[in-house]
Design a protein around this ligand. Sequence first.
Ligand code: GLY
Length: 356
Amino acid sequence: MPQLLTRRHLLRTGAAAAAATAVAPRRRAAAENPLRPVAVASGNGLAAVKEAVARMLAGVSPVAAAVAGVALVEADPEDVTVGYGGLPNEDGVVQLDAAVMDGSTMRAGAVAALERIKHPAQVALKVMQHTTRVLLVGEGALRFARAHGFPEENLLTERARKIWLHWKNTASPDDDWLELPEDSDDPDIQWFEKRFGRRLARPTGTIHLSACGGDGSLGCCTTTSGLAFKLPGRVGDSPLVGAGLYCDGEVGSAGATGHGESCMLTAGAHTVVEFMRQGASPQEACLETCRRIVRNTRLDYLKDAQGRPRNNVTLYAVNRAGEVGSAALLSGAHFAVCRAGEEPRLESSAYLFART
Ligand code: GLY
């Protein structure tokens, strides 16, 4: 059963437990139970959370550990929603978005619509470390990456190219592109349809990873190839501080995957961190933010026949006591978690609505 956060409960854990009184017991608990590094990520981040925890144990900061963790997924062509092998835009061009945030310095770095660079999260980390700015886009981001020695590569795998072409061929019966039966028999198309549904879906996959070090320091990273077949130049929530990720060293860290526009219009990750600041647990904070997204989903084309949001968003969070949580609008989402000394595992995210 989903664990729902009632307003009364939030008031009890939030407003009534004002910051000073809420934080003090947590500090005491942390002193009695010394923190172990912990990482939480989207469901595609099982290997990433393990890597991030290993890096933190080796002395790497949470933000750099998060970037090292997600690099495994950025390099993996089997994940068609992130980095190399990510699905391209409407024109068949892979454009990547990524951002990092460090809770200790309250600094961030981000890149958007970056082409030909396999590890956009590493470029985002360089933006944070080497500039006084936060977000670089398109050609400027590519030039910055080149200047820092990142190699340029073709990121469009054969599988991603075939899926994109099939989407073009089947998008409309009235355009110039013919739907050929042999396309549907292609093993790559069948692989995609098995994973994402019979009617060609437009995945918004993404990986978010939030990390908490043994000293309670926090950092996070989100990286994505964005909405499949997006309008060229479209940027989602992932590289936007406050939307696809947010981290406050005094409170916690959070991030999102899924329908970027829904998350942007609610400042999703920042909202999660603000609920945690008021005393909500990470899961409660994610659920309450999901409710906010539902309230902000007003236009009919965004809703299904029952008036629920058509698109899913999943949120992930860790607080500075090392507690983790996740929640989604729709059932079926998972999150990855790893604590030092334990194997990484997948857990079910809480949710508001059962998928029909
Ligand atoms: N959440 C990823 C995107 O919408 O681009």
